[in-house]
Design a protein around this ligand. Structure first.
Ligand code: FNR
Ligand code: LAC
Length: 362
């Protein structure tokens, strides 16, 4: 993985096994793992592949423009990097490497509260790239306020509030490994260190520090920042509409990559109804199991404005640092361009719901 410009026939599914031997077992399991029996983890990927498309022909698709805007930020393609904790376990350059790859690919990195590099340092190191800050609302309101103010003053262009993590899902792999952040790494945005304890350090931290987010919390956050707000972790139309009612500009349909409620529905299966419920009142993004350009087309056809990828960014980071993440993004760009062309679409706007084939449409 050394020339991110070179078109490569890389299957993002292959990356996980290429990255496995490069990581400590506990780190690999933390990144790869889901909750419970990992049924939602598996279904996230399978659900996209169950979706069939009916491409248009007689369209001149010689040139395709993948660019779009998400919450007012222009991106070169409808593929963003989802917030993922602990990049320092995958590569010594950690979130700075990931952010530089996103900047070079002209797309957005959503930086996690639980990054191993302080949000200010990520912003300073990668001034050219558009970044959003993913916020875990803490029981400590002043800590929460300071995170938002720090992100806003560091040039982050939006706040992503994760609402599906009142507690951490049961991560059996982490429990077996008694997972803890390696001693040379820390949660750089938070002072101190989480205490190592059962079932795992991060589960213990989430359990003690994370708030169970309410709509009143969102209204409060709306009142303390002028940045656009996206709410991440929504799977229901009623919750999506509630997000907009309290001032969010976007909803991210997500089940946290199958890491929270095991048995939760795959995001591909609920995206259309959430998108229909939101309508023109806001933007809908989706993550979970996106592994190909065809998956990107499926998501847009079901109403998403853009997708976010989680684990593939980590595998790229582990394999080859910033260049590895860049290769993941450029591979998805190449695949998405081809998928657009074969679907008969030249722009994001031409990816419409009638491209979805369903038995009822016979
Ligand atoms: C995550 N995710 C996540 N989400 C969030 O809001 N804040 C976070 O800090 C993290 N951390 C995190 C760590 C790891 C190792 C994973 C795999 C995931 C969830 C992430 O943003 C996203 O919802 C899923 O990863 C998307 O699914 P895929 O692309 O990984 O299948
Ligand atoms: C996770 C949390 C930290 O999925 O988002 O590990």
């Amino acid at each position: 993985m050394n020339d991110p410009e070179a078109p490569i026939a890389l299957d993002l599914d292959d990356l996980q096994e290429i990255a496995r031997p490069l990581l400590e077992t506990s780190a690999f399991d933390y990144f790869a793992g889901g909750s419970g029996t990992e049924s939602t983890l598996r279904d996230n990927v399978d659900a996209w592949r169950r979706i069939r498309l009916r491409p248009r022909v007689f369209r001149d698709v010689t040139s395709v423009d993948l660019s779009t805007t998400v919450m007012g930020t222009t991106v070169s393609m409808p593929v963003l990097l989802a917030p993922v904790a602990y990049h320092g376990m995958a590569h010594e350059h950690a979130e700075i490497a990931t952010a530089s790859a996103a900047a070079l690919a002209d797309t957005i990195m959503v930086v996690s509260t639980l990054a191993n590099v302080a949000l200010e340092d990520i912003a300073t190191a990668t001034p050219g790239g558009s970044k959003w800050f993913q916020l875990y609302v803490h029981v400590d309101r002043e800590l929460t306020r300071s995170l938002v103010q720090r992100a806003e003053s560091s040039g982050y262009e939006a706040i992503v509030i994760t609402v599906d993590t009142p507690k951490l899902g049961q991560r059996r792999r982490d429990e077996r490994n008694r997972f803890a952040l390696p001693p040379n790494l820390r949660i750089a945005n938070i002072a101190g260190r989480p205490t190592a304890a059962d079932p795992s350090e991060i589960a213990n931290y989430a359990s003690s520090a994370f708030a169970s987010v309410t709509l009143e919390d969102i209204e409060w956050l709306r009142s303390i920042t002028s940045l656009p707000i996206a709410i991440k972790g929504v799977l229901r139309p009623d919750d999506a509409q509630a997000c907009l009612a309290v001032g969010a500009q976007a909803v991210i349909v997500s089940n946290h990559g199958g890491r929270q409620l095991d048995g939760a529905v795959a995001t591909a299966d609920v995206l259309a109804e959430v998108s229909d419920a939101v309508g023109d009142a806001g933007e809908v993004l989706v993550d979970g199991g996106i592994r190909s350009g065809t998956d990107v087309v499926r998501a847009l056809a079901l109403g998403a404005r853009a997708v976010l990828i989680g684990r593939p960014q980590v595998w790229g980071l582990a394999i080859d640092g910033a260049a590895g993440v860049r290769t993941v993004l450029e591979t998805l760009r190449t695949e998405t361009t081809l998928a657009f062309q074969l679907a008969g679409a030249r722009t994001n706007a031409e990816i419409t719901s009638d491209l979805i084939w369903a038995p009822s449409s016979r």
